[in-house]
Structure formats: structure tokens, C-alpha cells
Design a protein around this ligand. Structure first.
Ligand code: PA5
Length: 362
């Protein structure tokens, strides 16, 4: 049986802590509390995007026209599917569906392209989807650093996009995004994002200092409040990414909400209980009425009892992918700033590890 097609990439995150020369003052406090160098991995997101493109093209994947692409994965390995679908937006001509769970949806056609993404290769939900896709007879690809997923793929002759093995799964977001975008291209759901991903990488490098300064500002404004991150269209999955990064890096609660939906329910819940801050993720592609809603929703929230902080954030960038990754990097840095404010090492996620151990998985 063919081995997974993983080769050595031109870019290798060899020595943690030395990848990025840190001179950015706004990030100094993060570095003091970050013994494992998670900050470097966030700042290397642009390099990760380019490395992902290289790894994808080295994996020898074949185009395979399919009625849809399903991207199976959870947590840090699941967000790539949502982000890729949002980055494509209305350029998608067929569905690109993230699957977070144990089963392939009952309505999925048997010839759907199933992409199984698990950083560790040991995540039971993703392994179950891999097996379910086999039972369905669906064509599969996998993206992982190794584990049971790589082993099964090797045995089954399923192509593997090999990922670098020294990151936290959530720090591999650029890889998971590029893999999901590629799955959509292979299935004929969209034209492919290679050029856009490459220019997003350059955009991140150029904007790094601005993003760093903004992250400190936003974290200071959030302070001790529990953030609720509002997104819409392109920024909807980004809001979810912010939430998850605050949960895992700063070890505190954070919630995600969507506009316009929140204007029909959640907005009524503001006021009285205090302790929350709203972060509004704006984007130039949002519907003009959605942008109006962001403004009015913010005004109504800040006028409630306790005058909660309402923080507007809008990324720059020519393409959806560039603006998306600017906002993703910003959210990641905000979460690290919140961790640093509390003197928390952002890397360990003991609750997740304990739960997996108790379920009998790595
Ligand atoms: O951030 C994390 O560590 C988690 O959200 C993991 O990504 C999640 O538990 C799934 O594991 P894996 O990414 O290895 O499939």
C-alpha cells in the first residue's frame, strides 16, 4: 500500500521561540507568560499559509468532481472548514460542509469528497467519520500529523496531507483552512484559492505591527468582562474562532453570536447583569443593512445599564482571505493578551486533555 505522501517542506518551524524576531512592544507581556512560544506560532500564520500550499501541492492529490465536499474535524481541526466556506463566499458553486461529530450526514451523496482533518490523528469523532466515509464508499483525503488517521489512510491508500508536528492543534488553523479550501477545489465546488492564500500571507507580514497594537488595545478594553463576539457573513466563523481561542488560551468564557439573528433575541438580554463586553467584527463585504445593524446593535448595547464596552473591529485587505486572516490573527493575539493579563500560560488545556483521557483517547 502507498505510504502517506508527506515530504519535508521548505519551511520548517525548527526551533520554537526563534522563528519570529520579537521586537513588538505591544506583545511584550504575552512573551513573559508564554514558555512554549504559542505567540511565535500565531505570528507565523503567514508562513503556515504558504507552507500549507506547499504541503498540499506535494501530496499528489487528484481532482475528483463530486456533488459536495465534506470537511470532518472538531475543535482546532474543525474551524478550517467554516473559514474556507466563508472565504469562498458566493464563489462556491456546490456545498462545502463542515462536519463536527461522529457521522457523515444521512443526506450526503455517496460520491461526496470527504476530507478528514485531525491534527493529532487520534480524534475519535474524525476517525469515526473516516470509517463512515469508507462504509459509504465516498472518496477520502486526510490531513494530519500522524496517529491512527495516518495509519488507516496509509493502509487504505488514501492520500494524506502531512502537517508539521510541533504545533498546538489550534495553532494549525492556517493549515486546516488551506486543506479545506483545497478539498473544495478538488471536488469542483470552487476555483481554488492558492493565489489569494499566498497574497494573504504577505498581507499578514505587512500588517503584523498594526495587528499587534490593536490586540493590546482590544484586550485592555475587554478587561475582566466576558466577551461576546458578533460576526456576520465572512466574520461569522471568525467570531467563533475568537471565542474558542479565548476559551483555550485565556481559560475563560467567551461567547459567539451572529447578526442579524441576535437582533431578534439576544439583544433583549443585554443590561442588568453586567460583566459582558461586545466585540463587533465588521467586514466590507457585509450587506449594507448588516453593517447598519452592527452600528445600531452596538449603540443599543452600550446604552444599557453598566454601559458595556462595545468594540468595533474591521480588517483591511483586498481579498476575503486576507481580511479573514488578519481578523483571525487579531483574535488569536487578543486571546493571548487576555491570558497574559491574567498571568496564564496560554498553551496547556488541561480540561480538554482530561476529558480525552477519561474517554480513553489521546
Ligand atoms: O485545540 C485543541 O487542542 C482542540 O480543539 C483539538 O483541536 C480537538 O480536540 C481535536 O483534536 P485534533 O485537532 O488533534 O483532531
Amino acid at each position: 500500500m502507498p505510504a502517506p505522501r508527506c515530504r519535508t517542506a521548505p519551511w520548517q518551524p525548527k526551533v520554537k521561540g526563534s522563528l519570529v524576531e520579537m521586537t513588538d512592544e505591544p506583545l511584550a507581556r504575552i512573551r513573559e507568560n508564554d514558555p512554549s512560544g504559542l505567540l511565535d506560532d500565531v505570528l507565523a500564520m503567514g508562513d503556515h499559509l504558504r507552507d500549507a500550499l506547499w504541503r498540499i501541492s506535494s501530496a499528489g492529490l487528484e481532482e475528483r468532481e463530486a456533488p459536495m465536499a465534506l470537511v470532518c474535524g472538531v475543535g482546532g481541526s474543525g474551524v478550517g472548514g467554516d473559514l474556507a466556506a466563508a472565504a469562498y463566499g458566493d464563489r462556491l458553486t456546490k456545498p462545502l460542509i463542515p462536519v463536527r461529530g461522529y457521522e457523515i450526514p444521512s443526506w450526503a451523496p455517496v460520491d461526496s469528497l470527504v476530507c478528514c482533518s485531525s491534527y493529532s490523528g487520534e480524534t475519535e469523532e474524525t476517525l469515526a467519520c473516516y470509517a463512515a466515509a469508507e462504509a459509504l464508499g465516498a472518496p477520502r483525503i486526510a490531513a494530519t500529523t500522524g496517529g491512527a488517521l495516518a495509519e488507516a489512510a496509509r493502509a487504505d491508500g488514501v492520500p494524506v496531507i502531512g502537517l508539521p508536528g510541533i504545533l498546538q492543534p489550534r495553532a494549525a488553523v492556517a493549515y486546516m483552512f488551506a486543506v479545506a479550501a483545497e478539498a473544495a477545489r478538488l471536488a469542483g465546488c470552487a476555483p481554488g484559492l492558492h493565489a489569494e492564500i499566498d497574497s494573504a500571507a504577505a498581507h499578514l507580514h505587512a500588517r503584523r505591527e498594526i495587528i499587534a497594537a490593536r490586540s493590546l488595545e482590544i484586550a485592555e478594553r475587554i478587561g475582566d468582562a466576558t466577551p461576546i463576539i458578533y460576526g456576520s457573513d465572512l466574520t461569522d466563523p471568525i467570531a467563533y474562532r475568537w471565542k474558542c481561542q479565548v476559551n483555550e488560551n485565556a481559560l475563560r468564557q467567551c461567547f459567539k453570536s451572529s447578526l442579524p439573528e441576535a437582533d431578534h433575541n439576544e439583544i433583549a438580554g443585554w443590561g442588568g447583569d453586567g460583566g459582558f463586553a461586545a466585540v463587533m467584527l465588521l467586514d466590507s463585504d457585509q450587506h449594507p443593512r448588516e453593517r447598519e445593524r452592527f452600528e445600531l446593535t452596538g449603540e443599543i448595547i452600550s446604552a444599557t445599564e453598566g454601559s458595556p464596552a462595545v468594540i468595533n473591529s474591521e480588517s483591511e485587505g483586498e481579498t476575503r482571505t486576507a481580511r479573514m486572516f488578519e481578523a483571525v490573527m487579531l483574535g488569536d493575539l487578543v486571546s493571548l493578551q487576555l491570558a497574559a493579563r491574567a498571568g496564564i500560560d496560554p498553551t496547556p488545556v488541561e480540561a480538554i486533555d482530561e476529558l480525552k483521557a477519561r474517554l480513553g483517547r489521546k
